[in-house]
Design a protein around this ligand. Structure first.
Ligand SMILES: [Zn+2]
Length: 581
């Protein structure tokens, strides 16, 4: 068995030799990475190897991709693969394809090579490390064939790194203490859905209540005191040594959007749960009480309101919401009562800020930043505030053939200018982002100048001042565009949410734990809203983001992450828990 210490001490030739099987036929990768020895951790070694590839020329990267065999290709059938590839392909059953599957893979290999000029590369052991099914492999192959060449090259390289990560684990005999369990739990929880297809877990549906019960069971098994509160939050308490100590809160939401991902929200519950399970098993107590809250509702799928769970804990639950009705005419009050809870008890859920040490939330990034950076973890600086508007433009619908260009009042042309104005104003740097996500010409037709146009506006930034300045500029610009084009404009404010900055003290502690794990600290803004935003009303908050695979897609069944990323996130969080004052 090779250890990290061995690798640090070998001479260069022996180091390159020992890591020869990690990157397919490419000794230059360990050679360049080896110059950065000694490595403080496996994570640091992985990163150095990845950097060697990322800093290489495009020709070298292409050569690396081309050094990989086709899946179930001619070389595999002829037994010409490296020992590593043979083992991996066999473990996923690729050596036992049916004739139809062989034919499909053969056709896909040919089409893929013709389109991209390198073979299709997939870590067939998959995100969990346990192996993908042949059906999943073929489905992924089909989907990626549609990618743009530049994106697909990046994805190919990321798969190469994932393959290398799994091979390194095997070489060093690494046992992931948390990742596989977290992935397995997410899979089990993800199988409980309102719909037959995909994962939908909306507030207080039967699937939602079963999910809560399962989370409560797991928390109890992990050694926690558990209750489900009046809004449906699943609360697990791991008492500290000192009964008078304060409480550190962690958690996230367990509801999902329609056809959502398995890790959005749930990761932030399962990850600390795996940690508590281990602490309990070894009889280790923390100097404070730790509570994991699985928030019942964050996504706003069933009722027109979001953050029900965390708002209740923050004492900001609006009791008027109880009269809201879902699509079937069921009030929130009735839904809560039907689930066996007492709506009148909701105000009592509110926590006393004086009893809290803070709130820390782990969440999948739901974006491509960490993936692009090649980093498993990021420390969140703030949750962006947002302003959303609906803008109505009214011009004059007239004949497309007979109205001269100079005499038009075209609402869609004004909208087009506004879209570009928003893009330009929000591209000036800083954390600002601006989007026109809805754009419609109601009742438009091919031969009529658009008389009306409706568009949405979504502006977000880390600081409220930055966002408000942009909103002011954009509305001034809209007025100028509409005055020049003789368009009447009306606007409606839909949402105005203040930014929630993370506490520098907690960010420092998280960042230090990231560095102790051998990774560089990387800070990023959360463009999406999270429960931490609601919790910021009563206590200091911090968030740790984990890398999101598949190009950073979320709110989608393709949302993915790896057991290794879950594992290092858990180790960092455990370190944070232990070092937290
Ligand atoms: Zn979420």
């Amino acid at each position: 068995m090779t250890t990290l210490t061995d690798l640090n001490q070998l001479d260069t030739a022996a180091f390159v030799e020992r890591l020869g099987g990690i990157y397919e036929h490419s000794p230059w990768i360990p050679e360049r990475a080896g110059a950065r020895r000694p490595f403080a951790s496996l994570a640091a070694l992985k990163l150095a190897l990845q950097d060697a590839v990322n800093l290489a020329s495009e020709d070298e990267q292409l050569a690396l991709l081309r050094a990989h065999p086709e899946l179930a290709g001619k070389a595999a059938i002829a037994g010409e693969l490296t020992a590593e590839s043979t083992g991996e392909q066999a473990a996923s059953g690729l050596d036992r394809c049916s004739p139809d599957e062989y034919a499909a893979l053969h056709e896909l290999n040919a089409a893929y090579n013709a389109r991209f000029g390198f073979p299709f590369i997939l870590a067939v052991k998959g995100p969990t490390g346990k192996g993908l099914t042949r059906q999943a492999i073929i489905a992924t192959f089909r989907r990626r064939l549609g990618n743009q060449p530049q994106d697909e090259m990046m994805e190919g390289l990321r798969q190469v790194h994932r393959i290398a990560e799994i091979r390194l684990n095997a070489l060093l005999g690494v046992e992931l203490a948390f990742g596989p369990l977290v992935m397995d739990w997410a899979e089990q929880l993800g199988a409980i859905s309102d719909d037959e297809q995909g994962l939908t877990c909306a507030y207080l549906t039967p699937a939602h209540q079963r999910s809560a019960a399962l989370l409560a069971d797991w928390m109890r098994e992990a050694g926690m005191m558990v209750h489900i509160d009046a809004v449906g939050n699943v609360v697990g308490r791991y008492a500290g040594l000192d009964p008078d100590a304060k409480t550190l809160l962690t958690g996230s939401h367990y509801d999902t959007v329609r056809n959502g991902g398995k890790y959005d929200g749930r990761l932030g519950i399962l990850l600390p749960l795996a940690i508590v399970r281990q602490l309990h098993a070894r009889g280790e107590r923390l100097p404070y009480h730790l509570e994991i809250i699985g928030f019942a509702e964050e996504e706003g799928v069933r009722f027109r309101s979001t953050f029900l769970g965390s708002n209740a804990v923050a004492g900001r639950f609006d009791m008027a919401l109880l009269d809201q009705v879902d699509a079937d005419g069921v009030t929130m009050r009735a839904a809560i009562e039907a689930a066996g809870h007492d709506p009148a008890a909701i105000p009592a859920i509110a926590r006393d800020p004086a009893s809290l040490l803070g709130y820390v939330e782990v969440h999948i990034e739901q974006g491509p930043v960490l993936l692009e950076q090649g980093l498993p973890l990021g420390v969140v600086t703030a949750i962006a505030g947002s302003s959303r508007y609906l803008v109505e433009l009214e011009g004059l619908a007239s004949h497309a053939g007979t109205t001269p260009m100079s005499m038009r009042r075209d609402a869609a042309a004004a909208a087009a200018e506004i879209v570009l104005l928003v893009e330009a104003r929000c591209s000036q740097g800083g954390s600002l982002v601006g989007t026109v996500g809805q754009l419609a010409v109601p009742g438009g037709s091919v031969n009529v100048i658009p008389g009306r146009c409706r568009l949405s506006l979504d502006i977000r930034a880390a600081s409220d001042a930055e966002r408000q300045a942009a909103v002011r500029d954009i509305f001034e610009g809209i007025d100028a565009i509409c005055a020049r084009r003789r368009i009447v404009v009306t606007t409606e404010l839909l949402v105005e949410a203040a930014a929630a900055p993370c506490a520098p003290r907690l960010m420092e502690q998280l960042g230090a734990a990231v560095e102790r794990a051998g990774l560089p600290r990387f800070d990023l803004l959360s463009g999406a809203g999270h429960d931490a935003m609601a919790m910021a009303a009563i206590t200091e908050v911090a968030m740790l983001f984990t890398r999101c695979g598949n190009g950073g897609i979320s709110h989608n069944p393709l949302e993915t992450m790896t057991a290794d990323d879950a594992d290092i996130a858990a180790r960092v969080l455990l370190d944070f828990f232990r070092s937290h004052p």
